[in-house]
Structure formats: structure tokens, C-alpha cells
Design a protein around this ligand. Structure first.
Ligand code: ADP
Ligand code: MG
Length: 346
């Protein structure tokens, strides 16, 4: 449905997007995530037809719409866009906002499409309300319904939740995901916010300085990051230094780890082992102890920052009835199967 092939976009001499290739199949919900300034909005603008590629091309529904020499006009691309700034028409009712792009439909078709979208977005009975009478989440759903109404080939969402309050930022991505699923529409969202990306997307691409580091499921990005940047940007964790013993084993301060060794490493090589908070279990009976340095209450769990004997820090997620103040030594049980290892930087 959407294909980016080696897409690069420049602003003057500055490269904003670098050799980006991604594919979305019909009905797929994809997300690009990365820090501010990494080129997310530029990718969407290029797909929308507002920026010209320097190299590569863009296909929408099989049709080439952008090359360095030829650009199909934005209004001929059948794209639905939702931005952080909703820009609903304040003087139009919900129904008329949703129906805004349906001038080519007959009156009857328009009424049916609006009714269908009101139902899909859970806004039944609100059709005669005005935007200022709605909550932030309802307004966002109207904006989405309006963009979906003319049945676009693809929906593009640019940080659509960043102006909403924290509770909505949890629930709305899940609601929108259901809405998109219900319609079978293809979606590309961009955000810098990981919970948002995880709640919405089937597959996620991590962008760094305009280039794709990894395109994968949320699960794989978290558990099998291919680069240090992805390991660092997605989820929490620390790097524990180690030394390669043989093709399968690494020696670390927390004992031997059995895992896959990076290709360029051999016995004696220095490596870093990525430890997620769930790789270190708290166990009162364990002989291995670590000192509580800091902790964050997360409701069901505490996220502990612990100091090992060497002074090196690790993170540990423990059920919150295990209430240990800073300074105390607690038992830990490292569960280091399947951890990811990177060549050492030293
Ligand atoms: P993001 O959406 O990830 O924050 P952008 O796509 O907006 O990133 O920007 C990517 C890079 O391109 C940034 O370095 C930004 O300063 C630059 N940039 C964005 N828009 C323009 C523009 N119209 N002219 C020149 N540089 C731009
Ligand atoms: Mg942006």
C-alpha cells in the first residue's frame, strides 16, 4: 500500500531523510519513532507530496507518486492526515466536520458514511455537537473520522497525541487502533513517544538522523535491538561489561551468560551485555546481593536502581510489596538467557 524505496530528502545542503526504505501492506499500522529533529515529519511531508525526494521513490497503492523528477500533487494522492494541531472547524457541527471532504458523494452516501464513522469512533449522538462541547479525546476522534471519511489510501498521523493529557495518551492510541482495524485502513504514524508507538503499531521503525536503524515489532525492538541506539532509545536498561569466553559464553560480574556472541568478537573480546530491568529478578533468598541506590514507585512494581559490588548499576523490576529503602542490600537472581550482546566500545 505504501512503499518507500531508498528515499532521501534534503533541505538545501542538509540531509533530513537518508536512504529510507519501508513497506506497509494493506491494513497495516506502522510507526516511525525517533528523537526530535530525526526527520519524522519530513518523511510524512514527502509521502504527502509536499517535499521532493533527492533520491529514491514513493509508491502509494502501487502507483509511483514521487521521484526526484516527478511529483503527483498532494490533492491527487488520496491521503488522510492528522496532526498534533487538530484544526477542527469550530463553527461546524461534528457531522459537518466529518463530512467536510465528502463533496463528491451524494447526499445519501454522505449521510451513511458519516453515520458509519460516528459509530466506528464511538461518537453516536454527538453529530450535532460543536467541537468546543467535546473533550480532547472526542475532538481527536472527530479529526480522525474527518481524515478517514473520503476513504484515503493511507492515513498519516504526526504526533497526534502530544497535546493531550497523560490519561488520554494511554487510552486514545488503543482506541484509534481499534478504529483503524475496524475500517481496515493502512496507517503510518510518527512519534517520539514509545508507549504511544507500542500501543498503536504492528511494526515500528526507529529513525536516527534521518536513517532507519531497525524496522520490527515492538517486542523485537525491545528484546532484540540490532544497534546500541535502538537498545538505548527503546525501553530501559544498562550495559554490563563482559568478556567473551567461547562461541556461546560471556563472563560478567553477575556470572557466566550463555548467549549469541557478535560475529566480530572472539575469545577474550570485550563486550557489553544489555540488561533490561526484567532480566534481574529480586529474590530475598538469593546469595547474590546488591545495594538499593534509588527506586521509582510504579504502582504494581518498583523499578530499583541497584549497585553491584563493583559499584556498577543495574535495574531491577520487583513487585511493589517488596519495599526496600535506599541503602539496604537485597538479594538478586540474574536471569540472563537470551540477552543481547554488543561489541565493547573500549
Ligand atoms: P522531526 O519531525 O523528527 O522532529 P523534521 O522532519 O521536522 O524532524 O526535521 C528533520 C530535520 O530537517 C531537522 O534538522 C530540521 O531542522 C530540518 N528541517 C525541517 N524542516 C525544514 C525546512 N523547511 N527547511 C530546512 N530545514 C528543515
Ligand atoms: Mg515532527
Amino acid at each position: 500500500m505504501l512503499e518507500l524505496e531508498s528515499l532521501s530528502v534534503d533541505y538545501g545542503t542538509q540531509r533530513a531523510v537518508q536512504d529510507l526504505s519501508i513497506n506497509l501492506t494493506p491494513g497495516q499500522i506502522g510507526c516511525l519513532i525517533g528523537p526530535s529533529g530525526c526527520g519524522k515529519t519530513t518523511v510524512l511531508r514527502a509521502i504527502g507530496g509536499f517535499e521532493r525526494p533527492t533520491t529514491g521513490r514513493i509508491r502509494l497503492g502501487g502507483r509511483v507518486v514521487s521521484t526526484p523528477d516527478h511529483i503527483v500533487a498532494p490533492e491527487e494522492r488520496r491521503i488522510g492526515m492528522v496532526f498534533q494541531d487538530l484544526a477542527l472547524f469550530p463553527h461546524l457541527t461534528v457531522a459537518r466536520n466529518i463530512g467536510f471532504g465528502l463533496h463528491r458523494y451524494s447526499r445519501d452516501q454522505r449521510r451513511r458514511r458519516i453515520a458509519g464513522l460516528l459509530e466506528l469512533t464511538g461518537l453516536e449522538g454527538m453529530d450535532q455537537a460543536y467541537p468546543h462541547e467535546l473533550s480532547g479525546g472526542q475532538q481527536q476522534r472527530v479529526a480522525v473520522a474527518r481524515a478517514m471519511a473520503p476513504r484515503p489510501t493511507i492515513m498519516l498521523l504526526d504526533e497526534p497525541f502530544s497535546s493531550l493529557d497523560p490519561e488520554l495518551r494511554e487510552s486514545l492510541p488503543r482506541e484509534l487502533r481499534e478504529i483503524f482495524r475496524g475500517d481496515g485502513i493502512t496507517v503510518l504514524q510518527v512519534t517520539h513517544d514509545q508507549p504511544e508507538a507500542f500501543a498503536m503499531a504492528d511494526e515500528i521503525g526507529v529513525l536516527r538522523a534521518g536513517a532507519l536503524e531497525q524496522w520490527d515489532t515492538a517486542y523485537a525492538l525491545y528484546h532484540m535491538p540490532q544497534t546500541r541506539f535502538v537498545a538505548d532509545f527503546i525501553g530501559e536498561g544498562i550495559m554490563l561489561p563482559g568478556e567473551v569466553i567461547d562461541e556461546r559464553h560471556i563472563d560478567t560480574e553477575l556470572g557466566h551468560v550463555r548467549t549469541r556472541i557478535p560475529e566480530q568478537c572472539s575469545a577474550g573480546s570485550a563486550v557489553d551485555v544489555l540488561l533490561r530491568p526484567d532480566d534481574i529478578q529480586h529474590d530475598d533468598d538469593s546469595a547474590v546481593k546488591a545495594r538499593v541506590v534509588d527506586r521509582t514507585f510504579r504502582g504494581a512494581q518498583f523499578l530499583y536502581t541497584l549497585a553491584l559490588d563493583s559499584g556498577r548499576r543495574v535495574l531491577c523490576l520487583a513487585a511493589s510489596h517488596h519495599d526496600h529503602p535506599p541503602g539496604e542490600y537485597i538479594g538478586i537472581r540474574p536471569e540472563l538467557d537470551h540477552v543481547v550482546v554488543f561489541p565493547g566500545t573500549a
